[in-house]
Design a protein around this ligand. Structure first.
Ligand code: C5P
Length: 221
């Protein structure tokens, strides 16, 4: 199957040398892409800036900003059976990025920010995606309630939440501890593990929920 995965942070330019970004190593998304390639899938990895080796066997599309990630996803989503949005997309960008490096001033500087595109939230409503949609949610409190609400609002089939307030898991860590929230109301906690193992577990569950296809993409009964 053709699978699109977003990974890593986005960078939102403030001027030619500064940007706003999010703490994210991209490891979870890259581990999912590795697992999907190993499982024989055709993988498109839309990646923000990370310091990880590219995923062998995947088509890697490198982007910087949320807008560029939005456009890359929009252009590549058609034909995908599964889309996994794992990227830590900045929610805001500077409203008027400067052409020149902004000079220091004494005292307080105020930045005006505007919302970026909601890529996951656009998958169904704007891009018309009909495949299996997976979102991620990094929560620091009340994870369960927020996760269920996000799953519904963004039209996901599965939402993977993790509590980033715990030491040693989540953003930038090698390990993670996640809870899977399914559209039918089921919930499943996966024990803490390295992201490569979790990626395989998550992918196996997604595959089990999809109709089986033969080598030509034809659905098998
Ligand atoms: O709302 P929140 O940012 O917590 O949602 C997280 C999920 O939405 C992740 O799957 C992330 O990749 C995706 N997302 C997105 N575009 C945004 C913000 C988040 O695709 N602008």
């Amino acid at each position: 199957m053709r699978i699109l995965i977003t990974a890593g942070p986005t960078r939102e330019a403030l001027d030619p040398v500064r940007y706003l970004s999010i703490r994210s190593s991209g490891r979870m998304g890259y581990a999912l892409a590795d697992a999907a390639v190993a499982g024989g899938h055709e993988v498109v990895l839309v990646s923000g800036p990370v310091s990880l080796p590219p995923v062998a066997g995947a088509e890697v599309v490198s982007v910087e900003s949320a807008r560029a990630m939005y456009e890359a996803v929009r252009d590549r989503l058609p034909g995908c059976a599964i889309a996994i949005f794992c990227a830590a997309v900045a929610d805001y960008r500077p409203r008027n990025p400067a052409d020149q490096k902004i000079k220091k001033i004494d005292g307080i500087m105020t930045l005006e920010l505007e919302r970026t595109e909601d890529i996951l939230g656009s998958a169904r409503s704007v891009f018309g995606f009909r495949g299996f949609l997976v979102g991620f949610a990094a929560e620091t409190n009340e994870g369960r309630i927020h996760a269920r609400e996000k799953l519904r609002r963004k039209g996901c089939d599965l939402l993977v939440s993790n509590d980033v307030s715990r030491p040693g898991t989540g953003f930038e860590a090698l390990e993670n501890e996640v809870c899977l929230h399914y559209a039918d109301g089921r919930e499943e906690s996966l024990p803490r593990a390295v992201k490569t193992i979790l990626a395989e577990e998550i992918l196996r569950r997604i595959e089990a929920l999809l109709p089986r296809h033969d080598d030509h993409g034809t659905a098998l009964s």
